[in-house]
Design a protein around this ligand. Structure first.
Ligand SMILES: Cc1cn([C@H]2C[C@H](O)[C@@H](COP(=O)(O)OP(=O)(O)O[C@H]3O[C@@H](C)C(=O)[C@@H](O)[C@H]3O)O2)c(=O)[nH]c1=O
Length: 183
């Protein structure tokens, strides 16, 4: 497992070893001990899988409040995304800053997004499928969002605002400066 630190050290990029042969490949997509090796000891309790058909689909930026906050281990099994994690931990030296990483099926690269971050992505290929493990159950009452293209976040998305494909909910999420609850 190759582990790479990012500009925000709590967000990590992980690339499990891929064993290719004449049949195809084999890869351990999750190994508890490998994560323990980087100090991550929480238990994942739910696996999520989404399909985004159009290129330029934006999902996010999302987070759940405590006591249902989630760490997320995200990967792509078909297609490609640009994944974004925004630091919402008040008092953090990197509050409001973000990490951006390309994840695609070919590389098998994963991102570990800890509690305290808003998470989202844009799809770079049609029919992109994303799978991610989370450390807390879905809790709609504690589900929150942040406007994906809030200028204060300074995220350079590879899709224009009027081209992005969004859920109705994500079109009207609050800006960072109007967020009432965070971490
Ligand atoms: C996230 C989630 C949604 N749902 C349901 C609620 C809703 O009817 C439908 C679609 O939900 P959403 O529109 O919130 O799906 P989506 O926009 O894909 O939400 C996801 O976005 C990415 C970026 C994340 O980081 C995730 O944590 C999650 O927030 O699925 C669940 O049943 N369980 C879940 O864990």
């Amino acid at each position: 497992m190759e582990i790479v630190e990012t500009e925000i050290p709590d967000v990590k990029l992980l690339t499990p070893r891929k064993f290719g042969d004449h049949r195809g490949f084999f890869v351990e997509t999750y190994n508890r001990k490998a994560l323990e090796g980087i100090g991550f000891t929480k238990e994942f309790v739910q696996d999520n899988h989404s399909l985004s058909v159009p290129v330029g689909t934006v999902r996010g930026l999302h987070f759940q409040l405590q006591p249902y906050a989630q760490d997320k281990l995200v990967r792509v099994v078909k297609g490609a995304i640009l994944d974004v994690a925004v630091d919402l931990r008040r008092g953090s030296p990197t509050f409001g800053r973000h990490v951006k990483a390309r994840l695609d099926a070919e590389s098998g690269r994963q991102i570990l997004v800890p509690v305290g971050f808003a998470h989202g992505f844009v799809t770079l290929e049609p029919d992109t499928e994303v799978i991610y493990k989370v450390t807390n159950y879905y809790a709609p009452s504690h589900d929150r969002g942040l406007l994906w293209n809030d200028p204060d976040l300074g995220i350079e998305w590879p899709v224009a605002g009027d081209q992005a494909v969004l859920s109705d909910k994500d079109k009207v999420q609050p800006r960072l400066r109007d967020l009432k609850d965070a971490f």
